[in-house]
Design a protein around this ligand. Sequence first.
Ligand code: GLN
Length: 390
Amino acid sequence: MTPRVSAKVETFTESVIREMTHLVGARHGEAGINLAQGFPDFAAPQVIKDAACDAIQKDLNQYAITWGAKEFRDALAEKTLRFTGLEVDPEREVTVCCGATEAMIAALMATLNPGDEVVIFSPFYENYGPDCVLSGAIPRFVTLHPPDWSFDPDVLAAAFNDRTKGIIINTPHNPTGKVFSRFELECIADLCQRHDALVYTDEIYEHMTYDGAEHIAMATLPGMRERTITVNGLSKTYSVTGWRVGYTIAPPDITDAIRKVHDFITVGAAAPLQEAGAVALRLPNDYYRQLQAEYLERRDLLLAGLEEAGFRVYRPQGAYYLMAEIDHFGMGSDVEFSRRLIEEHALAVVPGSSFYADPALGQTQVRFCFAKRRETLERAVDALRSAVTA
Ligand code: GLN
């Protein structure tokens, strides 16, 4: 019988991140603790919630311009200039999408042909794999090595060839918390220039860096602006993951292509939320300083709790995740460990293997998300302490 589902989709497995969220909710309801999926369990800023309500009341309830409300694109150009020094043309270089997730796939579909190769660092955020399949491209994985999640420049160079169309980078990095250094970005930039390749750079955690690590936007490197597609969104910086407002910043010819893909996939992102998004993007520098300080506290709380409980942790320099080793507890593989945590301790984390091209490399690791209230993190640490000493 002819299969009813496409060959592309047959290669997909359910998102493990979302499966863990679902499992802890189904099994424990409100009592469950979710350090699996990366979203805050605290409120979004009042001023942007008010702006969203106002926009709806003012009847901004019909389609915005498909590639993004002018107000939002203008605010984004201002913010990009403020934080990176780059002058972006809001008319020709910005596309507003339904979350960074759509922004990434629209960027890939707009630029890739079947058989093109895309370099991806592993471990990686799980969507990039299916994104490549959907756009017909072949991923070429390059391993990041703990403890600092560095790559071997020779291995990276060997991953580039005549078929390489681009590289996906994510800095600050999910799941490891790595912040790519200027030296590393220059090494990537050099290869891209030599092979005429694009960079798809997911910078959604740009405002979360710790211990003096500095976020460097790929587009700011010499010669890179014209070959960089920056993917970003409101979700993490403004604690509104459910709004689904993301965007790309790319040179005009590529933006033109992204806008066409975006228009046919989703038409446009929610109009009133783009209006509120413009308010968010214009928040003063203090907002970003405070966000960072609060995330640093959350990171330190979880880091200390895990270390005290006997976990071997990789100290994240950015983003809001933490990878830890679990092998020495003798509680089985990452998947077994994670399932037991949910079953017996009402706590969800993500098995490390789901982030790796070669799952064996992640079998001794799990990922914790620390975008959570102090009491959630404290409850999680208590649960973990009893789990590993049981
Ligand atoms: N980026 C978040 C994570 O890694 C959320 C993923 C998602 O469910 N879209 O957990």
